[in-house]
Design a protein around this ligand. Structure first.
Ligand code: C2E
Ligand code: MG
Ligand code: MG
Ligand code: MG
Length: 288
C-alpha cells in the first residue's frame, strides 16, 4: 500500500485519490439530477451513403453539461453510469428522447431517417432490455425499424451466447443491430456469422489506416468489406476525416460513411438545418 512506501508517498497520494473520489461522487449525483430534471441532451451525427453521399440516417450521441464541472464527455460518464447501474435509466432516456425527436421530425416533414443508438454492456445484460425498448417505441408510436442498436464488438464477443440471444430478440420485435468499433476487439468470425447483424461499423483506427498504412491499410478495410458483404451485412466506416479516405472507401464499396469530414455530431436544431440543406443541394459534402 501507499502507506508502506513511506510517509511522503502516503501524503502524496491521499489528496489525489480524494479528488478522484470526489469527482466520481459529483458525477454520480449530477447524473441523477440530470435524469430527474431532463438536462441530458443528444447530438446527431449524420451518416451517408458511401457511393452517392446521400444522407442515410444519424447516430445519436449523448451529451452532458454539468452545472459546475462543465461538459463531461460520454467516455467519462458512461463507464461511471455502468458501474453505478444508472446506465439502465440513461439508456431508456436516450431511446425515449430519440422517439420524441423522430415524432417531431415526422411532424416537420423530415425524411424517414434511421437513428443509431449505442448500448453498453450492462444494458445488453439487463433482462428486460428488449421488452423495455420495445415498450418505449410502442408508446411513442415509432416503428422499431427506425432504430438500429450499436453493440461494441468486444462486448459482443465477451459473452457471445447471451449477445446472440439479445440480438435475435431485438430482431424479433423489429429493431436492427450493428456491431460497433469492429476490428478492435478480438473477432471470432464464427460468432459474427451467428449474430447476423445488419451493419458492421469499422473502427476509426482502420479508417485512419487508409491514409497512414498505405496498401496494407486498404487491404484490411477491403477484407472487412468482403467479409461483411459475404455475410449480407452493410459496412459503415467511422471517423472519416479526409477526402482521400472518402475516395478509398468509395472505391472499396463501403456502404456508409460517417465522420468529421462530412459532418460533426450536431444539436437537433442544427441537424434539422443540415438535413434541409442536404435536401436542397444534395451534392457530395466531402468530395468537392
Ligand atoms: P462510438 O459509438 O464509437 O461513437 C463514435 C465517437 O467518435 C463519438 O464520440 C463521435 O463524436 C466521435 N467521432 C465521430 N466522427 C469522428 C471523426 O471523424 N473523428 C474523430 N476523432 N471522432 C469522431 P463521443 O460522442 O464522444 O462518444 C464516445 C462513445 O461514448 C461512443 O463511441 C459510445 O461508445 C459512447 N456513447 C455515446 N453516446 C452514448 C449513449 O447514448 N449510450 C451509450 N451506452 N453509450 C454512448
Ligand atoms: Mg457508436
Ligand atoms: Mg464506434
Ligand atoms: Mg466506441
Amino acid at each position: 500500500s501507499a502507506k508502506q512506501n513511506g510517509r511522503n508517498t502516503y501524503r502524496h497520494y491521499e489528496p489525489a485519490m480524494g479528488e478522484q473520489a470526489m469527482r466520481l461522487l459529483l458525477l454520480q449525483q449530477g447524473l441523477q439530477e440530470a435524469l430527474t430534471h431532463d438536462t441530458l441532451t443528444l447530438h446527431f451525427q449524420p451518416k451517408f451513403d458511401g457511393a452517392t453521399q446521400r444522407l442515410t440516417g444519424a447516430e445519436a450521441l449523448i451529451r452532458w453539461n454539468h452545472p459546475t464541472l462543465g461538459i463531461v464527455p460520454p467516455s467519462e460518464f458512461i463507464p461511471i453510469s455502468e458501474r453505478s447501474g444508472q446506465i439502465i435509466e440513461i439508456g431508456y432516456w436516450v431511446v425515449r428522447h430519440v422517439c420524441r425527436q423522430l415524432r417531431e421530425w415526422e411532424r416537420q416533414g423530415m425524411p424517414d431517417l434511421v437513428i443509431a443508438v449505442n448500448l453498453s454492456p450492462k444494458q445488453l445484460a439487463h433482462p428486460d432490455i428488449v421488452e423495455g425498448m420495445h415498450a418505449i417505441t410502442r408508446e411513442a408510436g415509432i416503428s422499431p425499424r427506425r432504430i438500429i442498436f450499436e453493440i461494441t464488438e468486444s462486448v459482443a464477443m465477451d459473452n457471445a451466447r447471451m449477445t446472440g440471444e439479445v440480438i435475435r430478440a431485438f430482431h424479433r420485435v423489429g429493431f436492427e443491430v450493428a456491431i460497433d468499433d469492429f476490428g478492435t476487439g478480438y473477432s471470432s468470425l464464427a460468432y459474427l456469422q451467428q449474430f447476423r447483424v445488419q451493419q458492421l461499423k469499422i473502427d476509426r483506427f482502420f479508417t485512419n489506416g487508409l491514409d497512414t498504412h498505405g496498401e496494407e491499410g486498404e487491404a484490411i478495410v477491403s477484407a472487412i468489406v468482403a467479409l461483411a458483404h459475404s455475410l449480407k451485412m452493410q459496412v459503415v466506416a467511422e471517423g472519416v476525416e479526409t477526402e482521400s479516405q472518402m475516395r478509398k472507401l468509395r472505391d472499396l464499396s463501403c456502404d456508409q460513411v460517417q465522420g468529421y469530414l462530412l459532418a460533426r455530431p450536431l444539436p437537433s436544431d442544427e441537424f434539422e438545418r443540415f438535413v434541409r440543406a442536404q435536401q436542397q443541394q444534395p451534392d457530395a459534402p466531402g468530395l468537392s
